[in-house]
Structures are given as C-alpha cells and as structure tokens.
Design a protein around this ligand. Structure first.
Ligand code: UDP
Ligand code: UDP
Length: 277
C-alpha cells in the first residue's frame, strides 16, 4: 500500500512505518540559503522527530547526509574518517552544520536508544526531474544551453565536483538501507570522476550541440575548491559501483529538459488560444 502525506517534519509525525529515508531539506545552495533558519530546523528538529519516530516504531532510518560535511576539504579524495573543514558562521553553514548536527543526533540515538541507523554522505547528484530553477550547476547549464543563453561559470571554473547520476545514487541508498544492522556508515555515495566546472560547461555545450557563450561571474563565498569521494567503503561493504558515466547521464538529463522546455513553450503558445475559445 502507498499513502502520500504532505508533512513538515519540524513538527512531530505519528505514523506506522518500518523504513524511513530522511531526505527532507533543500540541497541547492540558493534554496537552502533562502531561509537558513528553516534549513537548520529541518536538519535538527526534523531529524529529532524522525529519530523519535524510528525509536517508537523500531524502524530502520537512513539519513541523507552530504559531502558538505567535509566543507572546503584539505584532503583528497575525501574518505569517511576525514572530519572536515567547515566555516560554522558562513552562509553555507545552515546546511553544512545542520547536516553535521543531524549526523551527531543519528549516532547519539544509536548509542543511547539502539535506533537502527544508516548515514549516507551524498556527493553532487543530478538527473531527469530536477527542477529547471533548481539553481545547481548541472540544471543551470543545461537549461541555459537549451534556451540559447550563455552558461554562467562562477569563478575561474577550476573548482571541481564529482557528479553522480540519480539512478546510481538510488541504488546506493537502497543497498545501504538493506545492509545488516551493524552497518551504520557514514558511507560516501557518489561517482569518483572529478571534473572542473569549466570542463562541465564545455561538455554540456558539446553534448547539447550548442555554440552558446561561456560567461564568468564571481565565485560565491565559501565555495568548496575540490570535491572527490573516496568510495572504498561503499565498494567493500555493498559492492557499490556507479555505472552511468558523465556523458551518458548528461545526455539523458539534456533529453529530459529538452522535452520539458518544449512542452512549456507549446503550452505557453496554446494558452492565449484557449482563453479566446
Ligand atoms: N516523535 C514523532 N513521532 C513519533 C515519536 C516521536 O514525531 O512516533 C517526536 C516527538 O515529538 C519527540 C521527538 O520525536 O519530540 C523525539 O522523540 P524522543 O522519543 O526521542 O523524545 P521524547 O519524546 O522522549 O522527548
Ligand atoms: N556553479 C557555476 N554556475 C552555476 C551554478 C554553480 O559555476 O550556474 C558552480 C558553483 O560555484 C560550484 C559548482 O558549480 O563551484 C557546484 O555548484 P552547485 O550549486 O551545483 O553545488 P555545490 O556543490 O556548490 O553545493
């Protein structure tokens, strides 16, 4: 049976469940910075409520943590034992410190109440069904090329990210959830191919068959310089092997956005005719 409930997890939730995936929280910098206090509340109050729910029902609970717990890392690649380098008072802190505090809560609920926890540290993920106004780099670049607008690279574009296709991430989350109770994580999930943002811009332009311009604009404050997951733990624990390469994943995502934007254009053009009818 499937039942959909729309609920703000900063308020208690009394339902009967046997598995909880706590994915609540905007992940795009422009969105989580739009209401930073609420971002911290979702991660802290929300996690407390979901852990309380898991404690009462005996459900397994998986936390969508993030590579942002490593902040602007000074070791590469980032392994799970690295404790990170986060600015606690910066504009990214509501997300980074919120997620770090959530991890603390997960491990304290395990130690204090024997809650069955799983913590995944998710590196940049992309794919079909991202919102065109999501604001993260993959959808920004794709929507720009398909709309004939310039791609906006922040800074000199030499900063790196490692992009994971959504299906590979979901496989990882499901595998982690179904490991035995002794496996808690934290465990990195992502893709090991590291790419500069400038390379990504050129690749998106090439794959979309566009000749649009690449513009530079200022780098946001506290933007991490490099991000690259060490996936040894995920590989050895549940044979995690992300299989969708960057070119393939981008082509699938471009196809999705092309259809979405065409549908929007068609419905915009159709609207006046419908009104007149
Ligand atoms: N909680 C919830 N659903 C439940 C059980 C608890 O939302 O099924 C909330 C509850 O409101 C509480 C929080 O989870 O504030 C933490 O629960 P816990 O049992 O740890 O705290 P306590 O109730 O002992 O303060
Ligand atoms: N970025 C960019 N142009 C954009 C959006 C993002 O150059 O339109 C850069 C951003 O400065 C960062 C990287 O792309 O270095 C990834 O940004 P995103 O917001 O996707 O996620 P983050 O990994 O920073 O949370």
């Amino acid at each position: 049976m499937f039942e959909f409930l729309r609920h703000d997890i900063t308020f208690p939730l009394y339902v009967e469940v046997d598995e909880i995936y706590n994915l609540a929280c905007p992940a795009s910098p422009i969105h989580y910075q739009n209401d930073p206090v609420q971002t911290t509340k979702v991660n802290v109050h929300g996690s407390i409520n979901m852990l309380g729910l898991a404690k009462r029902t005996g459900a397994r609970i998986l936390q969508a943590s993030t590579s942002e717990v490593y902040g602007d890392p000074d070791i590469h690649p980032q392994g799970e034992t690295y404790c990170g380098s986060v600015n606690p008072i910066g504009i990214r802190a509501c997300y980074d410190e919120g997620k770090r505090c959530a991890e603390t809560l997960f491990f304290d609920y395990r130690r204090q109440h024997a809650v069955r926890i799983k913590v995944a540290r998710i590196f940049n993920t992309y794919g079909p069904r991202m919102h065109p106004d999501d604001g993260r780099v993959e959808s920004n670049f794709i929507v720009a090329v398909l709309s004939g607008k310039p791609l906006t690279v922040q800074g000199d574009g030499s900063q790196t990210r490692s992009f994971c296709y959504v299906d590979d991430l979901i496989d990882g989350l499901l595998s982690l959830m179904h490991t035995e109770d002794s496996v808690t994580g934290p465990v990195n999930l992502g893709n090991e191919r590291e790419t500069t943002i400038l390379e990504l811009a050129q690749l998106v332009r090439h794959l979309a068959g566009s000749g649009c311009a690449i513009q530079k604009c200022p780098l946001p404050v506290d933007d991490p310089r490099r991000r690259h997951p060490d996936l040894t733990l995920a590989r050895s624990t549940f044979d995690y092997r992300p299989g969708v390469g960057l070119e393939d994943g981008l082509l699938r995502t471009i196809a999705y956005f092309r259809e979405l934007l065409e549908d929007r254009t068609v419905s915009r053009l159709a609207r006046p005719r419908l009104r007149r009818a």
